[in-house]
Design a protein around this ligand. Structure first.
Ligand code: AMP
Ligand code: ZN
Length: 135
């Protein structure tokens, strides 16, 4: 399935040019146009899925295997010191392009990439509520 209004569908299909690092029958891996750090890349499935909620399960598994392979190669090419794998779902979580994608963000010592959050404390109430709901 493709969405004719979706820029990532067009990029994944090769209809819009991109800096492609890798391609197979399921995915295209491209450099992000607005990188958080040098080498920031995106894994795009060739089929359109809005985000992780909709993503085909077999493709979800393949995306993680591909991320693993790509970062193992890219870390040597870039000489980075670490990696963040980030995947945003819905606007409130930072998703701006509504075609599933995985960010691979190389990290360098003393870089100023801001991906942190304030660490709270798990309360008994929240823990019990969720454990009971999810059973
Ligand atoms: P997200 O905010 O998780 O939806 O991430 C969307 C990402 O896509 C951002 O990091 C953008 O910089 C990137 N992006 C948007 N349009 C393009 C494009 N045409 N080519 C490459 N990267 C893009
Ligand atoms: Zn799409």
């Amino acid at each position: 399935m493709k969405d004719e209004n979706c820029i990532f569908c067009k990029i994944a299909a090769g209809e819009v040019s991109s800096a492609t690092l890798f391609e197979d029958e399921d995915f295209r891996v491209i450099l992000d146009l607005n990188p958080a750090s040098k080498g920031h890349a995106l894994i795009l499935p060739k089929e359109h899925y809005r985000n992780l909620y909709d993503l085909d399960e077999a493709l979800a598994a393949k995306a993680m295997v591909l991320a693993k392979r790509m970062v193992c190669k890219l870390k040597d090419a870039l000489g980075c010191d670490g990696y963040n794998i980030v995947q945003n779902n819905e606007e409130v979580a930072g998703q701006s392009v509504f075609h599933f994608h995985v960010h691979m963000i190389p990290r360098y010592k003393d870089d100023k990439v801001g991906l942190g959050w304030h660490m709270g404390t798990l309360t008994e109430e929240d823990k019990e509520e969720l454990l009971n709901k999810i059973k």
